[in-house]
Design a protein around this ligand. Structure first.
Ligand code: NDP
Length: 274
């Protein structure tokens, strides 16, 4: 019989760590599978996904810029994928249909809470950015019952709209960066893509409360601009999104293989490589 096939689609995909992560998960849990990375642009998405599953693919991760297309492609979606309006995990079901899920949010929350022992309950949270990643993390974040969530975005209207959408989950507001002056937060999450161009949103002094924690969803071999900002502003922890990447992969692996791998050695290995 054919070995079960999995893949990540995205563009650019060359530097993806997902094949390494899933290879280690498979070794660790004694599972036989193949996981490849394939360069797929938005215009080729539908034909590439259809072909992948037609040729016997079992599960697919989708990354930038395909998560919204994957959300549209899925026959059914989990509740967390529905509220995220983005899908990073597609799974072939026994009846031949494709289930869409989003494991990014739970990946972030697991990394924060389990790996870094950060408490969100009763805390004031600031999320920078109002794109796909922000949308994906809001639902799992609210499960931790923060006291207040503020979403700040370069385009203020997008933050306000996002906050409106999640208003039934808890105390949430949206604003532009210029409205941050005078506020302070226990946890600041950077979900802008500014880090990818070594850029930083304009952040006023005093934004991070004493003993506050900063987390950049982006990651790289060097500390991101936001991680450097965090360190220079005396954060108790200055974290980046490598742990989130591994944890979202572990959740996808769990969906596909029914077993949750041990993420700690994988995070350690990837940290050692940079
Ligand atoms: P989107 O393109 O959907 O959204 C980008 C957001 O960043 C928008 O809010 C945009 O503001 C803002 N932005 C872009 N450039 C700047 C800038 N120079 N200054 C201020 N704000 C800026 O991206 P995603 O939400 O999909 O991804 C966001 C980040 O999260 C990326 O860095 C990505 O790598 C990371 N990520 C990490 C994951 C992980 O596993 N670690 C998983 C998913 C995402 P505006 O609306 O005004 O354009």
């Amino acid at each position: 019989t054919q070995i079960d096939q999995y893949a990540v689609f995205g563009s650019p995909i060359k530097h993806s760590k997902s094949p390494t992560i899933h290879r280690i998960f498979a070794e660790q849990t004694g599972q036989e599978l193949i996981y490849t990375a394939q360069e797929v642009t938005a215009d080729r998405f539908e034909s590439a996904v259809t072909e992948f599953f037609r040729l016997g693919g079992q599960g697919l991760n989708c990354t930038v810029p395909l998560k919204e297309l994957a959300w549209r492609f899925a026959d059914r979606k989990t509740e967390r994928a529905e509220s995220a309006k983005a899908v990073n995990t597609l799974t072939l079901q026994a009846d031949g249909s494709i289930l869409g899920d989003n494991t990014d949010g739970i990946g972030l929350v697991t990394d924060l809470i389990v790996n870094h022992e950060v408490t969100l309950n009763g805390k004031k949270l600031l999320i920078l950015g109002a794109g796909g990643a922000s949308r994906g993390i809001l639902s799992p974040l609210f499960e931790q019952q923060p006291a207040w969530v503020l979403v700040a975005n370069r385009t203020a209207s997008k933050a306000v709209n996002l906050a409106d959408e999640f208003a039934d989950r808890g105390d949430i507001n949206g604003c532009g960066f210029d409205e941050l002056a005078g506020l302070s937060f226990d946890v600041i999450l950077n979900a802008t893509s500014a880090s990818l161009s070594n850029d930083l949103p304009p952040l006023p002094e005093g934004l991070l409360a004493p003993n506050g924690v900063c987390y950049d969803l982006a990651y790289g071999n060097e500390p991101t601009a936001f991680v450097r900002w965090s360190i220079s502003h005396g954060a108790a922890s200055s974290l980046d999104g490598l742990g989130m990447l591994v944890e979202q992969a572990a959740e996808a692996f769990l969906i596909w293989r029914g077993i949750r791998p041990d993420t700690a050695p994988v995070i350690k290995l990837l940290n050692a490589e940079r």
